[in-house]
Design a protein around this ligand. Structure first.
Ligand code: BG6
Ligand code: MG
Length: 212
């Protein structure tokens, strides 16, 4: 394998929790009477919970105090976690699991690099608790993507320098973060068209075609 380590974003790459994020933010936005749609939701990919709330509140006529914002973010997280209860190992696609197993068999160390504070809960719901060699997530960072911190920490946890690791992302902010940290990036979905993506991918299993 060309890379000794592969660092995967979680939401939108390993599993499709991004729709649950949308539903939870939409419920909150409707409650406070702020317009919110899928296009605005795309700007929230890879962005931390509080930074996501700030993006949603750009459309609000009312100014909120930090305490009120904290409450709103908690409320959204409650709705989101309720939705996560629906997830089971059947929400992990065969394609993703087989590709992860094949990459590991080819000698790569596998890590998660996600802004989410719910990472460990989600991994355990889809049957991947304990699967990764390292987890860097919203609980061990102070700056979220496009800052490279979450990936820099993941590489550190793997004991590898950034140039030996590949980052796999679905968010433009995630590819920005990879580039800023000195990592090559593989992009899925919107991230495949990022001008600085190293490997644009059509499917997750496309990772196998990255030359060894
Ligand atoms: C990222 C998602 O993985 O995690 C963002 O792409 C989300 O949309 C962020 O805001 C933080 O997630 P959480 O679970 O800590 O609210
Ligand atoms: Mg993502």
């Amino acid at each position: 394998m060309k890379y000794k380590g592969i660092i995967f974003d979680l939401d939108g790459v390993i599993c499709f929790t991004d729709h649950y994020h949308y539903l939870a933010w939409k419920a909150l936005a409707d409650e406070i009477g702020v317009y919110f749609d899928e296009t605005i939701n795309n700007r929230l990919r890879g962005v931390s919970r509080m930074a996501s709330l700030e993006i949603i509140l750009e459309r609000s006529e009312k100014a909120y105090t930090p305490a009120e914002k904290e409450q709103m973010a908690e409320k959204k997280n409650g709705i989101y976690r309720k939705l996560l209860e629906k997830m089971t190992p059947t929400d992990l696609s065969g394609e993703v699991k087989e590709t992860l197993d094949a990459l590991r068999a080819a000698g790569a160390k596998l890590a998660i690099g996600s802004s989410s504070k719910n990472t460990k809960l989600i991994l355990s719901r889809i049957g991947l608790g304990g699967y990764f060699d390292a987890i860097s997530d919203g609980t061990n960072i102070t700056h979220s993507k496009p800052d490279p911190e979450v990936f820099t920490k993941a590489a550190e946890f793997l004991g590898l320098p950034p140039q030996d690791c590949l980052v796999v992302e679905d968010a433009l902010a995630g590819i920005d973060a990879a580039v800023a940290g000195g990592f090559d990036g593989a992009g899925l979905g919107e991230a495949a068209s990022h001008p600085k993506v190293t490997w644009p991918l059509k499917t997750f299993s496309g990772l196998m075609a990255i030359e060894s």
